[in-house]
Design a protein around this ligand. Structure first.
Ligand code: ADP
Ligand code: MG
Length: 559
């Protein structure tokens, strides 16, 4: 028996990895199962070009076997196996990925599904095991080999017996320590749930012997013990299925299974992109605001899968803030399984996917607005505020994406209208898009400032949300029409002779106005005659950018 040392840098990497790359210990199972799946894939690809090989899907599977007495967890596969050389070079040198080499060699063939390409996954086994034993027989070889290691101090390799081609990985699970429990990795239910969580869509069956008690057939209160081999993973992910095969109920079921929300999805978006970047995604617009949505605790993000394997629960980089209400997942073949969070942020593929997703969400919302107005209004009532925040943040750089999605209550229609609706029916002589700010629609209706504009027959948008006016200031204009508050000094509708009349009133009443101004000193800038009043004796108006309502909001903000 030979005892060999890991290469020096491998040793350091191993320590580092065990302590830092993976924050959750449970992912060791994901890594080992992915390797097993890769190994089966390799036979599959070989069979494509090698006539002497027949790939009968039924013979290929992965099995997970916990054994509490021996404190071992075994993962077996019927994949391509490893020769002595493979064991040395693939498991002896960390960060040397046999799968990546295989990929390179087979670049010409299509349909690459092999997950591993980073060469550290296998070592995650040491997060939960003191000793890792690998028994493997390579395809086309007569001898099997046993590789064994207790971690950083090296490994041994010796010949052994194994009947069938494939690999068996035996983990001697660590003893519990004071602050860490490892027993759970021997529990059926726990293993089952880890498999479901990360490896549900592995394309080969993952089997496990499961025991328990169940109702006797035909009986209502008699139980029996059972032990049976169960098939744990569901294999074909819904996002790889054809849209035409799926019903709205299927998506709804997925939404609930994934715990995206307790409500129903208002809309789903199923993307299957195979252009410059290949990915599938299922995205949902929820019906209701999640209870923590406007709190600090809320985390935006989509689930991220690399080739069917979950790599991140909430990938924030996939969603812009203004679409943070979107739930769902993205699966891409172009991402590597072991990629770290820091690396992901700079990943070009991921950036392209994010861009793509943003435009898909936008066009879905637009089509909803166009074709399902009521549904859109429901959406807007829940999440419109977020869109307005989007317009406001980053100095309105998202306005092209968002301005057409905004809605405001209209004085004319007595319901929500879009800016497009507004501008398209503006009379020829109307210069501005008028808006009025207030606490509620009812209060705005009573504002003296609205009278002149309304009398002209112009439509007024009612801003009742704090953010409304700030967002609009960022837009500045829509289709070349500027926004103008009805309380602004210059409404752009007074005619010439009216202005003369105002001048006359100003001289006639100079004494009164001066007196009023002195009484209100420090509160108003000037007192002057106005022609815009109808049924009210007096109103406040502003000059410049900051309106009365904005001032209120700004004053209310903590300094
Ligand atoms: P990666 O999967 O990223 O290549 P790993 O550390 O997970 O890196 O695995 C290292 C290499 O060991 C794999 O690339 C593969 O060549 C080999 N290997 C690991 N597990 C198995 C297995 N069950 N069957 C065959 N080869 C395996
Ligand atoms: Mg791997």
């Amino acid at each position: 028996m030979e005892k060999k040392q890991f290469q020096a840098e491998s040793k350091r990497l191993l320590e580092m990895m065990i302590n830092s790359i993976y924050t959750q210990k449970e992912i060791f199972l994901r890594e080992l199962i992915s390797n097993a799946s890769d190994a089966i894939d390799k036979i599959y690809y070989k069979a494509l070009t090698d006539d002497s090989l027949v790939f009968d899907k039924d013979n290929y599977f992965i099995k997970v076997i916990p054994n509490k007495e021996n404190r071992t967890l075994t993962i077996t596969d019927t994949g391509i196996g490893m020769s002595k050389e493979d064991l040395e070079s693939h498991l002896g040198v960390i960060a040397k990925s046999g799968s990546l080499a295989f990929k390179k060699e087979n670049e010409a063939k299509d349909g690459h599904n092999i997950i591993g390409q980073f060469g550290v996954g296998f070592y995650s086994a040491f997060m939960v095991a003191d000793v890792v034993t690998v028994i493997s027989k390579a395809l086309g070889s007569d001898t099997a080999y046993k590789w064994e290691s207790t971690g950083a101090d090296g490994y041994t390799i010796e010949p052994t017996h194994k009947d069938s081609v494939g690999t068996e990985i035996i983990l001697k699970i660590k003893e519990n320590t004071e602050d860490e429990s490892y027993d759970e990795y021997l529990e059926e239910y726990r293993l089952k749930s880890i498999i479901k969580k990360y490896s549900d869509f592995i394309r080969y069956p993952i089997k496990m012997d499961v025991s328990g008690k169940r109702l006797k057939e035909g009986s209502e209160n008699e139980f029996e013990d059972y032990q049976e081999e169960q098939h744990i993973n569901s294999m074909i992910p819904i996002w790889r299925k054809n849209k035409s095969e799926l019903t709205p109920e299927d998506y709804e079921k997925f939404y609930h299974e994934k715990h995206y929300g307790f409500d129903k999805p208002l809309k789903h978006i199923h993307v299957s992109a195979d252009g410059a970047v290949v990915y599938q995604a299922i995205l949902f617009i929820p019906e209701n605001i999640p209870f923590d949505y406007y709190s600090k605790e809320f985390e935006k993000g989509l689930e991220l899968y690399a080739n069917g394997v979950l790599i991140m629960n909430k990938c924030a980089d996939l969603l812009p803030d203004y679409f943070s209400f979107v739930k769902g997942m993205v699966d891409s073949e172009s991402l590597s399984l072991n990629i770290s969070r820091e690396m992901l942020q700079h990943d070009r593929q991921l950036k392209m996917i994010a861009k793509n997703i943003e435009s898909k969400i936008k066009s879905q919302l637009q089509s909803m607005l166009k074709n399902e107005r009521e549904k859109y209004e429901q959406f807007y009532n829940a999440f419109g505020r977020q869109l307005k925040f989007g317009v406001y943040s980053d100095y309105g750089s998202h306005k092209d994406v968002l301005q057409d999605l905004l809605m405001f209550y209209s004085s004319k229609e007595k319901k929500l209208v879009t800016l497009e609706d507004y501008v398209s029916r503006m009379p020829e002589d109307q210069k501005y898009i008028y808006y009025a700010t207030g606490e509620s629609n009812e209060r705005i209706e009573k504002l003296p400032q609205t009278e002149v504009v309304a009398e002209k027959g112009y439509e007024i948008l009612y801003f009742t949300d704090d953010i409304d006016e700030f967002a609009i200031k960022m837009l500045m204009q829509y289709k070349e029409k500027e926004f103008r508050s009805v309380s602004s000094g210059d409404l752009g509708i007074e005619s010439e002779d009216k202005q003369e009349e105002t001048e006359a009133a100003k001289t006639e009443n100079k004494e009164l106005f001066d007196y009023m101004a002195s009484q209100l000193s420090g509160k108003v800038k000037t007192v002057k005659a106005s022609k815009r009043l109808r049924s009210h004796p007096v109103c406040l108006s502003t000059e410049g950018e900051v309106t009365i309502e904005m001032e209120k909001v700004l004053n209310a903000m903590p300094n």
